[in-house]
Structure formats: C-alpha cells, structure tokens
Design a binder for this molecule. Structure first.
Ligand SMILES: Nc1nc2c(ncn2[C@@H]2O[C@H](COP(=O)(O)OP(=O)(O)OP(=O)(O)O)[C@@H](O)[C@H]2O)c(=O)[nH]1
Ligand SMILES: [Mg+2]
Ligand SMILES: [Zn+2]
Ligand SMILES: [Zn+2]
Length: 390
C-alpha cells in the first residue's frame, strides 16, 4: 500500500481521479484477452483485443482517499500486474503517477514549422550533453514512449540522417494524442518530475474544432512551445534564396495561429476577452540557420546560449528582445501586440534544430543544433524546476 499525496491527472484525457480509483490491466500474455471498448472509444479506434481490465479489490479504509496499491492480482489468471490505467480512458499510467509531479508540454505550430525535428534534437541533447551540464538526467518512461521515440524520431533522423515525415492528423493517427513521457531527475534539487511531451500535427492547427477535440492537451499543458517558421513570413521570403523556400502556406501564418490559440483558451477555459492566458508560452522562431544572411553580424542567434548549470537570464533577455524586434520589422507589430494582449507569460526564442539546410535529397548529413534548449529551460525556470541567474 502506497500513500499518494496528490490526485492523478491522466496525461491522455486530463481527467482527475484518486489513486484508489485506478484500474489495472493484466500483462500476462497467456491470460484471457477482451475487447477494450473504453480504450478504443477514447482513441477513436475500433475495439481491439487487449489484456483483462479489473479494479483493485482492496481499499485503504480510513486512508482510502490517499492509499492505493501500485500492483494488483488478476482475478482471471492469478498473476500480479503493475499496469495501472486511467479509469476513464484506460491510458496506461506511469508506474509512479500520483507520487511525483507531472507537467505536460505541448509543442505546437503550423505545418512544417519544424516541431518534429525540434523534439528529436531537444530530447537527444537533454539525454546527452545538457544532462551532464545541468546535473540532471532524462529518461523515457514506458515502452510506448520508447518505441515511438525510437521509430518516429531517433532512428530516421539521428541514426539514418533522414528528414522526418510530416506528422499525420490526430484524426487519422490516434497516437498523436498520446504524450511521450520522460522522467527528469534534478540531482541538485533532489527532485524528479514526469514531463509529457505532445507533438502536434500542424494540419490540426488549422481548425479550432480539431484543436479543441484532438489537441485537448494544449489547454491542459503546464507550458507551450509555439514554433514559428520564418520561411513563411513574406518579407523574409523576399530576402533569402528562393531555392530553400518551402511552398507558401497561408494557413501557417503565425498571426492566424496565435489568434486561434487565444480563441481556444477562451472557449475551453472560459477565459474572458480581457483575461490573459496564464499558461507560459515560448514563441520560438525555428530554422534560424536560414536567416544568417539577413540578421545582424553581432546577433545573439548566431551563438549557442550559455546556460552553465542555470538558465542564463541576461542571454535569454537579449534573444527575446532581438527576436521581438525582428518579428516586428518583418511582420509589423500585429503579431507581438496580439501576444502582449493575449498572454500573461511569454518569451521569444530562436532555435535551429538541424543547424543547416538539409540536402536536396532530404538528407541531414550531421546535426548542429543551436539553442534548442532555450525555450525548454525557460519553461523549466517558470515552473520553478531550475534556477535562473543574471
Ligand atoms: N534549415 C532548416 N530546416 C529545418 C529545420 N527544422 C526543420 N526544417 C525543415 O522543415 C521541414 C519540416 O519540419 P518538421 O519538423 O517535419 O515540421 P513539423 O512542424 O513537425 O510539421 P508537421 O508534422 O506537418 O506539423 C523539414 O522537413 C526540414 O526540411 C532547421 O533547423 N533548419
Ligand atoms: Mg511533425
Ligand atoms: Zn484518461
Ligand atoms: Zn490475468
């Protein structure tokens, strides 16, 4: 019996429940299989045959609200299981959900802004160089996260040097609605948190209704990383080599998407028109490697951010101001004024996930990510997980 200090919020359906309410799934491959209608309905799939689901028979008496089992014995086969499920959607919870804090991070932006490549290089850097620098460790939780990150991100981009495929709409690929869950252990603060990363499909950002039904995580997130593609800004397109420009996509206009995001919060969280969104949002200019020919020689965007064991506030402030000025000069003040009036906590960042243009054949010979950690560290700083220093 374990004492759970907090209610559990499901990282898939975002409903809250007590630890004593979780159900279990039998993991014994020889036990009976059954159609899981709850699981299928939550994902919009046709029912599939899955392991037997059952409620824990014990209850914690006086401590019922707090005490619960992290394992249970299957009534059908007698084997013990530790697969705990959300009672509402049967999402498999991490083994310690309810024992440590969970933060959801939504990575959003129009089609082709670079969200997938961003997540791949950020996670890779966090697992390697940055972990050592900051005295933390990041590891994946659960087989679903491990296989998805391996198959969809690490293998194509980091092992084979191929560009990632566009992300399919959550309407077609229900996996997009599930997070990839990582455990961040901060040795300095002796603290551990679970981070659920949601990679959205740009295609789903084109309609408020799709965002509201397929991307519910946006309004429930502890932080949002909002990618903006400079190659979709008309005045940038006029200044750089035509050969590297993607097709102009008016749906990808940053102004539209930021308006839609604001409207989503008004609708889902019943925000009044004068109230600002409280969720911290990092507005991130992606692919800054393509801008080197048009930005200042002394631009802070040309160099790596120097966060040695803490979030460098002076450096991030100068990047913030610089990006805001560039956006204003390229797009007029329409974008930044919408951000100012719509969002209480925001920060501008600039990143390059690849560090250079991919080849014409769609290959990435070697990666040289630039500043990918800035937006993530800013969010961690806002969540009180790392220190910021001048
Ligand atoms: N030069 C340069 N190009 C990049 C960079 N990151 C992404 N790209 C290009 O942008 C394209 C789209 O990137 P994705 O990461 O797939 O974009 P996405 O936001 O996930 O797009 P959807 O999945 O359709 O929503 C890639 O195929 C690359 O050609 C970068 O750092 N530098
Ligand atoms: Mg994608
Ligand atoms: Zn759920
Ligand atoms: Zn069983």
């Amino acid at each position: 019996m374990t004492i759970f200090w907090r209610k559990i919020t499901c990282p898939f359906c975002f409903k809250q429940f007590k630890a004593s309410e979780v159900t279990f799934r039998c993991g014994n491959p020889r036990c009976k299989k059954e159609e899981d209608h709850v699981y299928a309905a939550a994902r919009g799939l046709t029912s599939q045959s899955m392991g037997h689901v059952f409620a824990s028979s014990k209850n914690g008496g006086l401590l019922n609200a707090l005490a619960a089992d992290t394992k249970a014995t299957c009534g059908a086969c007698g084997q013990e299981t530790r697969k705990r499920l959300c009672p509402h959607c049967h999402f498999e919870l991490s083994h310690d959900a309810g024992l440590i804090k969970d933060h959801a991070i939504a990575v959003i932006g129009a089609r082709g802004t670079g969200k997938g490549h961003y997540i791949a290089t950020l996670i890779h850097r966090l697992e390697n160089e940055l972990g050592a620098q900051f005295n933390f460790s990041l590891r994946m939780l659960g087989d679903e996260t491990r296989s998805r990150f391996e198959e969809d991100y690490r293998t194509p981009l980091l092992r084979k040097g191929e560009l990632l495929q566009p992300t399919q709409s959550a309407v077609i690929d229900s996996r997009i609605k599930s997070p990839m869950i990582f455990r961040l252990t901060l040795n300095q603060h002796r603290q551990a948190v679970n981070l659920s990363f949601f990679d959205s499909a740009g295609e789903d950002m084109q309609s408020l209704d799709v965002m509201a039904t397929e991307a519910r995580y946006i309004c429930a997130a502890a932080g949002i990383i909002f990618l903006l593609d400079p190659l979709q800004i008309d005045s940038v397109r006029q200044q750089i080599a035509q050969s590297i420009l993607p097709t102009r996509d008016f749906q990808a206009d940053p102004v539209y998407i930021v308006e839609r995001l604001r409207e989503l919060f008004e609708r889902q969280n019943s925000l009044r028109p004068t109230q600002k969104v409280k969720t911290p949002v990092a507005f991130v200019l992606s692919k800054v490697d393509t801008l080197f020919s048009i930005i200042d020689a002394s631009s802070a965007l040309r160099a790596a951010g120097e966060h040695f064991g803490h979030f460098n506030l002076a450096d991030s402030q100068s990047v913030h101001t610089e990006i805001r000025n560039y956006l204003d000069s390229w797009m007029g003040a329409g974008f930044s004024s919408r951000v100012d009036s719509g969002f209480a906590h925001f920060h501008y960042c600039g990143v390059s996930s690849l560090g250079r243009m991919p080849t014409r054949e769609g290959r990435v010979e070697s990666l040289a990510p630039l500043r990918v950690e800035d937006p993530f560290f800013w969010l961690l700083c806002r969540l009180g997980l790392i220190d910021g220093r001048k």
